[in-house]
Write a protein that binds this ligand. Structure first.
Ligand SMILES: C[S@@+](CC[C@H](N)C(=O)[O-])C[C@H]1O[C@@H](n2cnc3c(N)ncnc32)[C@H](O)[C@@H]1O
Length: 412
């Protein structure tokens, strides 16, 4: 566990693949669920837990990373999961004792600190977002202080398993026959699922009836409108999750993506789902060599600040400079997207980010430059959305990812 946390916090790895590797072969299901919650929970609450531990440590920054992580994970168990000291402390002390010789003498410190922690050590609600202050300020500037606080707290909750399906009733029946609990999600075709087995072992998944997808991501694909028989360019297609939803809705989709490995993964996934998507490997710093299309989706690379629930490591690494670089790239990609939008066509711009630079300000700058574009109100049949500038935010509450979404139409 300490090695896993270290790989993510200081080693630059993403949590999801590192955790997959760590869980490989781990049984039973309860043990997998416990390790998963411990890893995500510790990283999501990292700043909050550091603040709770700080008064009890003379020089926390001088402690070896492994020992700091044992303290963080132990504090997560004690303060967030509410595990009593007699059940939560011993394992972390033992892990520290198994470390390099010069760390072993710190086992006593870990024992004493974790035993004495109490809920009173948790900082006030203002600190409860566990975000770096600059990032909370950025969210508050984009959303307003109160929605920013709700968003930050919403992203501390565990991530539900969301699936989407072209045929929700067939998928639900199949999932239930395999012992899964299925509840309808907030959009038609989306489901909130508790599965007794890892997703990859479910026949419903292997047979292509379901796709893991947050409802907010599905809502972005749906914002393209009625795409039956329509040619759609899916720019920055990534692993092709939105492309697959569009193809399943009857669109003729071409995904454009810089990374060939992602295109290969997208093809394998589309094959599993039984849908077809054309592909082009291309760096969208310049417009792709494709005929203009009536619908263009640009799901741009972004800070991912709407997805901290599933990617808590982002909050530990992101800098304001990185946000500024991403905003510059998004401006470039929007120019390429416009170059392939037909007259009378519709451009959907989306980012899973909650900073103003990447969302409303990006789109406002575009509208000021391009006089033949007009913002439409995006069709977003979700609760918890917020109109800001020319588009809308989907707030990351109730297990949804946070997105900014704008729908722009070009004069015919
Ligand atoms: C937000 S992800 C896309 C997710 C995808 N639309 C989906 O629903 O599965 C952004 C993608 O943009 C790609 N990307 C980043 N810069 C690019 C560029 N200059 N040209 C083309 N693709 C780029 C990244 O590789 C990444 O896959």
């Amino acid at each position: 566990m300490l090695a896993l946390l270290a790989q993510v916090r200081s080693g630059g790895r993403h949590l999801a693949p590192a955790l997959d590797q760590a869980l490989h072969g781990l049984e039973p299901r309860e043990a997998r669920a416990f390790v998963t919650d411990l890893a995500y929970g510790t990283l999501r609450h990292a700043r909050l837990l550091e603040a709770a531990l700080a008064p009890r440590l003379a020089n926390p920054e001088r402690l070896p990373e492994r020992v700091r992580l044992a303290l963080l994970a132990g504090a997560y168990e004690r303060l967030v999961r509410g595990t009593p000291a007699h059940a939560a402390v011993h394992a972390w002390v033992e892990l520290v004792k198994r470390g390099p010789t010069r760390q072993r003498r710190l086992a006593g410190l870990v024992n004493a600190v974790l035993r004495r922690l109490s809920p009173d050590d948790l900082p006030s609600p203002a600190g409860a977002q566990s975000l770096p202050p600059w990032l909370f300020t950025a969210l508050a500037r984009a959303l307003g202080p109160e929605p920013a606080e709700r968003a930050a707290l919403g992203m501390l909750a565990p991530e539900p398993l969301w699936l989407s399906a072209a045929d929700a009733s067939a998928a639900t029946a199949r999932l239930r026959s395999e012992g899964a609990e299925v509840r309808p999600g907030p959009l038609p075709g989306s489901m909130r699922v508790r599965s007794p087995q890892p997703l990859g072992r479910l026949a419903a998944y292997r047979e292509g009836l379901v796709q893991p997808q947050n409802p907010a991501s599905l809502a972005v694909a749906r914002a393209c409108g009625d795409v039956t028989g329509v040619r759609v360019l899916d720019l920055c297609g990534g692993h092709g999750i939105k492309a697959a939803a569009l193809a399943a809705a009857g669109a003729r989709v071409t995904s454009v993506e810089r990374d060939p490995a992602k295109l290969r993964a997208a093809t394998a996934n589309a094959d599993r789902l039984g849908v077809h998507v054309d592909q082009l490997a291309w760096d969208l710093a310049t417009p792709p060599p494709l005929a203009a299309a009536p619908v263009v989706l640009l799901d741009a690379p972004c800070s991912g600040t709407g997805t901290l629930r599933g990617h808590p490591e982002i909050a530990l690494r992101l800098t304001p400079e990185a946000v500024a670089r991403l905003a510059h790239l998004q401006g470039q990609l929007l120019r390429s997207a416009l170059a392939c939008l037909a007259p009378g066509g519709r451009l959907v711009y989306a980012v899973c980010a909650l900073t103003a630079d990447e969302g409303p300000e990006q789109v406002e700058a575009l509208l000021a430059r391009e006089r033949d574009l007009r913002a439409e109100a995006p069709a977003l049949p979700l609760e918890g959305t917020l109109a800001v500038g020319p588009g809308r935010y989907i707030l990351p509450e109730d297990g949804l990812d946070g997105f900014y979404l704008a729908v722009l139409s070009r004069r015919a």
